[in-house]
Design a protein around this ligand. Structure first.
Ligand code: SF4
Length: 409
């Protein structure tokens, strides 16, 4: 290197590289790298910047602080001032950066090819294809499928559909709460997903709800469960899990009761039967119609069908009324063919504490829901007139976990 100057060496190297690229037929346009010669607003090299935002890995919407260095997000933490998670995050929230950096993530528009597989296409081509599909497609021939959305994107989708004159917006959630929503409507007259006050409950009776994993708002519920379960007056809280399989949430229970799959609702109503008929609650809502319903769920019969003994049903009833208690249905327990029945049965059990007295300290409170229909893609395909769909938009759902991408229907 002694008789070749550094400047000359770099010139030769650059020229060689360009020649190799030209010879290999590389047609990608050259890009300029200008690292921080033009500094990004709010970014100082070597100093972290924190941004407050919301986790979208599940519908719970925990508050986040994201640490950014030189324009790159490098760490996610919980926002200690957020009312849902109070600074905590679950494993999915902590892994949120994978959506940005995982090599398997969806990086741009994809279109289905002749062989049925998705393949990346250019943005210009994607926009042209969508525009061509929308040209001449009027009103309800356009459908927009999203995950559970709120806020700005929710308004953007509604505005888009309003502009094309369509009302066909469908939300799809991997962990749907349709059964719970329907049961809440049947029992309480409110079509909503209930909120459970685990912090106020000293006794938790779960019918399959994996409330420490994915059910509803796991971080919020874990905080509440930890607070309610802690020792008071020298006694810890108690948690009984009723589910045919042992879940990760069930592993935290003091007792696991495994009924025959699909009979969880019958077990709940047999417990309610004991509460009402044995007079365990004074002044409870033992109306004639409730007695008539519960009369069909004699503990002896339910024990035969469910495999849960009469003795266990009776003991759970006594423990439940000793409260304050919360009964919750969800997870696998609210996903099978009679899921809405199971959820409704558990809802009926909840006010068994007495008129106006709720086990968890507060009644069912509806979460705000976007005003969209919830359905799986198969349900959409089966709707009358669906063969006339001209354009279908699909938001990438959960990125690398659920596939995603979009293309002409
Ligand atoms: S529960 Fe976990 S995945 Fe869901 S919003 Fe909170 S941190 Fe994110």
């Amino acid at each position: 290197m002694s008789d070749v100057s550094r400047r000359k060496f770099l010139t030769v190297l650059g020229g060689t590289g360009a020649a190799v690229a030209a010879a290999s037929g590389c047609t990608e346009p050259a890009e300029k790298l200008i690292p921080f010669l033009v500094p990004i607003e709010d970014q100082t090299p070597g100093i972290s910047t924190w941004y407050a935002t919301t986790c979208r890995e599940c519908p719970a919407g925990c508050g986040l602080h994201v640490r950014v260095r030189e324009g790159r997000a490098v760490k996610i933490e919980g926002n200690p001032d957020h009312p849902v998670n109070h600074g905590k995050l679950c494993a999915r929230g902590q892994a949120g950066l994978q959506g940005l950096y995982n090599p398997d993530r969806v990086r741009g528009p994809m279109a289905r090819q002749a062989n049925g597989e998705f393949a990346p296409i250019k943005w210009d081509d994607a926009i042209a294809q969508v525009a061509a599909k929308l040209t001449g497609a009027a009103g309800n021939k356009v459908w927009f499928l999203t995950g559970h959305e709120t806020g700005t994107f929710d308004r953007l989708v509604s505005g888009f559909l309003g502009a094309v004159g369509s009302r066909n917006r469908v939300a799809w959630e991997p962990f749907g709460y349709e059964a719970l929503r329907r049961a809440t409507k049947e029992v309480f007259g409110v079509e909503a997903v209930p909120v459970y006050d685990f912090a106020a409950a000293r006794y938790v009776l779960s019918f399959g709800a994996d409330f420490l994993e994915t059910f509803q708002s796991p971080v919020e519920q874990t905080r509440g469960f930890a607070a309610g379960r802690g020792a008071r007056d020298g006694k810890p809280g108690r948690y009984v899990h009723v589910e045919p399989r042992m879940s990760m949430t069930g592993l935290s229970a003091d007792e696991w009761v495994a009924p025959v799959p699909g009979t969880e609702g019958q077990v709940a109503l047999a417990i309610a039967h004991v509460i009402v008929e044995d007079g365990l609650l004074k002044g409870g809502p033992a109306t004639a119609s409730l007695r008539a319903l519960l009369g069909k769920f004699e503990p002896e019969d339910v024990a035969t069908k469910s495999g849960v003994s009469e003795e266990v049903i009776g003991r759970l009833a006594k423990e439940f009324v000793a409260g304050p208690s919360v009964a919750v249905a969800g997870g696998v327990g609210a996903q099978h063919w009679n899921a809405a029945f199971t959820a409704a049965a558990v809802h009926i059990l909840r006010p068994g504490q007495g008129a106006g007295e709720w086990p968890g300290g507060r009644p069912v409170r509806p979460r705000r829901q976007p005003r969209v229909r919830h359905a799986c893609r198969g349900q959409v395909r089966r709707r009358p007139g669906v063969g006339q769909i001209q354009g279908e938009f699909r938001q990438p759902l959960g990125r690398n976990r659920h596939g995603g991408g979009f293309g002409p229907a």
